[in-house]
Design a protein around this ligand. Sequence first.
Ligand code: BES
Ligand code: MG
Ligand code: ZN
Length: 470
Amino acid sequence: MNVKYIKSNTSFKGLVIIPVYETENETLFEDIKISKKLFFGKKDTNYIVEKNDVNYLFIGLGKSPDYKTIKTIFRRISAKQSSYFETNATFVLPIEFTDLNVEAAISGLVLGTYNLGHYKKEKISHTINNEIFVLEILSENDFKTSVEKGIKIANAQLETFNLVDLPSNKITPKYLSNWAVEAGNKYGFKTEIFDRKKCEDVGLHSFLAVGQGSEREPQFIIMDYNPSNSKKHIGLVGKGITFDTGGLNIKVAGMVHMKCDMAGAGAVLGAMQLISDLKLPYRITAIVPACENSVDAKSFLPSDVINSYSGSTIEIIDTDAEGRLILADGLSYLIKNYKPETVIDIATLTGSSVGTFGYECGALFTNNEELSKKLQQSGDAIGERLWQLPLWDSYKSDINSEIADVKNYSGKPVAGAISAAKFLEHFTDKHTSWAHLDVAGVAFGDDEFAKTKHATAFGVHLITNFIENL
Ligand code: BES
Ligand code: MG
Ligand code: ZN
């Protein structure tokens, strides 16, 4: 796609996109008049007028659409009305549009080019992605920065869509580590990979226990983006279970969706791309422990006691509570070796968080009120909402083990997301600025853009926006 910026136009061609706020009046554009009966800018409506081979597409925005609404409206146009886009489109920006409105609209248009049919014989590529496609931005004002940012956000989210939607025989731990190396080279961050042998030497016992039943070699991925103008050091950890069978406590329901169990990793990888692409002045160290939770003679067993990087021993009550085991080593390794000022982990960690919040928001855990507020503000601003659950010490007994320092599951079907968070907290070395995001309900789901569950890239923009607003 090529973007051109124009201040006026006398000869439109191809498609002309005209967003319209809900109005009491009839809609007028150039010499086109639309009666109120047919169109008045109501949200989720649109109206097309064909005139002299030019298609004028009027898009209803409603009265005061938020960021997510605008993004979805434009994603819908490019995803569902792709035939409208040929070689040229002019985007007529309403005078009311702010920088953020433009960013949301453009990133929606680009996101709408995504196609789930990765392995179809006949690949469909969206015309917006053609090299010759020209998008003209028509406005009196200069929106170049917002347009470019909108494209970067969508590009990072598209990467995350790919990583999460592709199946586990393609997205192996090795695939993720290769991705991280390549993205690091392209966007300017350093990547270091620990293979199984190196993880053994380093002592990432808890991480290795989860991956030991898989043919696919675990990869402990460390990325470091360290610009010279860095203002603060942030640490990220993303759960990278490329497939979760449950292990020997094999899943009896919903296993087919468990290629999504690296969506936390996908969010961290996408955020690393976006943060470095935007050249944000913050040092970010990100860790993705990546492995597969498989069923095998070599798999770890319920009742096993394993070691961890931190030195704490862990009693395995349930091999399906594997995410917290790999995050434990990720968190301890990050905090011990890099000492970031703030640490955020993101994971499809528990069915319990889905039971609590459904598909509306991620569960947020932190003892730091300021961090909580800032993360929630970012989420509200861009439409990736979070809601806080408690980390009270009264829940600590859920992870007390008689044989080891901690156990990985309370054994009780209650407060699962909270006890998982308490388990993680044990491995944060009492860090005073740590937040855990359980995104099991929001990272992968159903929406209007496909018939099957698919990635949402939840977290990519949220984490980036949070960092931008520090
Ligand atoms: N990967 C799952 C959690 C999950 C559930 C992700 C639904 C996405 C959608 C996690 O590893 C898991 O299996 N959690 C168990 C923990 C339990 C055994 C303590 C759960 O939540 O049921
Ligand atoms: Mg599991
Ligand atoms: Zn899992």
